[in-house]
Ligand binder design. Sequence first.
Ligand code: CAA
Length: 440
Amino acid sequence: MSDVGIDAVEIWTGKLKLDLAETFAPEKGDDPAKYTKGLGLFESSFPDTYEDIVTMGANACKRLMERHDLSPDDVGRIDVATESSFDNSKPISTYIAGCLEQTFDGDFHHANKGERKFACVAGTQAIDDAYNWIRAGRNRGRSAIVVATDTALYARDDPGEATQGAGAVAMLVSEDPDLVTLSDAQGYGSADETDFLKPNQQFPSVDGKRSVQVYLARMREAVEDYESVAGDLHPDDFVYAPFHTPFPGMVRKAALLAYRHITRDTEIEEELADAIGMQPRREEFDDDEAFSEAVSAYTDDLKGTDRYAAWYDATIDPTLDISRRVGNWYTGSVHIARIAGLKRALSEGRDMTGERIFVASYGSGAQAEVHHETVQPGWDEEIAGLNIDEQVADRYDLTFEEYERVHAAHDHSKDRDFEEFTAPEDEFVFDGWGRMGERK
Ligand code: CAA
């Protein structure tokens, strides 16, 4: 069996923009630096009133299929990952296939369609499902499309309101892929948690501070589990490490934790010892609390070292280039982080073929998954074909008062006003139930 992985990718951003420093912070009475420096976010993407998870997902797929000259007959499986679903029975992939059938010759009657749910990690799980389907030889030579699509909206005045976002990532999973192959080795950290829930409600109930701690705990377990199957990691094994990015400040914490963990017992720990001492070992402490305080103090010191800063700037910072401008896309977040890293490499003229990427996904509720990917020879052409910079630049810049109106229009508990802020062009739009259409 040849290698399996991501062959092609396409991104669709919600067409409105909320500027956090200029528009949001002044209305909240907050210092803009809380958002730009603390959370690391400058702007959020918002869906226009004719956009939702179906239209964004279908528009990303349409671009993907057009750019790669694919017909429905080339695709044997369509899986959607989302935590913004509106139907407990019929999967969102059926709506997306229905939209695509309006545009492409043929139909998807032969295709297996489904919907994956485990908060933000579901996008990665859907890629796993496609990978396993192909590796099992059940694909009959066809590829799978995986769509991660979300409107990550929070209730007004929830602390999560600053981290909203909306967009879709469509990925083609195939044999002999042009972008990245996936490792067989994976690591998991998974536990029953209740820090972030959407029990039949549109906006999440979140214990934000606890959700940060749960993310870190599950990620540490996933890295340990990965090492138990793939051997000890070293920070220089990977050119980029895209993490699930609810906001870049979260990734700053997760990357530091991962770096501390994987530099233990390496020459890097020895080299840093003169400046910040060796990492605390559990056996040196009488109780867990004293040990955990010592680990926190060591981690703070580690963050201030030139060695860590250089690794972070090279391996993590490039993966945040898109997320800083679009906010949290839930299931799509880690996938735009991968693309952001590769885009940075392309802009710097680097040859990435054969290089390894460490991918760290996370979903509340809660589960972290890590694996590695190997960049393939067609990566540069694939990344060069994306137009995400133009999409981001073209978004309509909302005033705060317009933001309040569009947030209300997406609140299913309110009477909805379908005032439109942008003009759709050759794309799928939501026109009300039963009237999903392509407006030219
Ligand atoms: N200048 C610079 N930095 C500032 C600042 C200023 N003037 N004011 C505050 N900050 C810093 C703070 O020190 C803090 O940084 P550290 O955490 O590094 O100390 C950061 O800005 C944020 O400030 P607060 O912690 O005071 O912010 P908050 O409490 O209002 O909101 C949050 C933070 C609770 C995480 C909130 O954004 C939230 O609820 N988000 C939704 C949940 C979420 O995204 N959780 C992440 C893990 S779960 C997950 O990943 C799944 C998912 O997608 C949801």
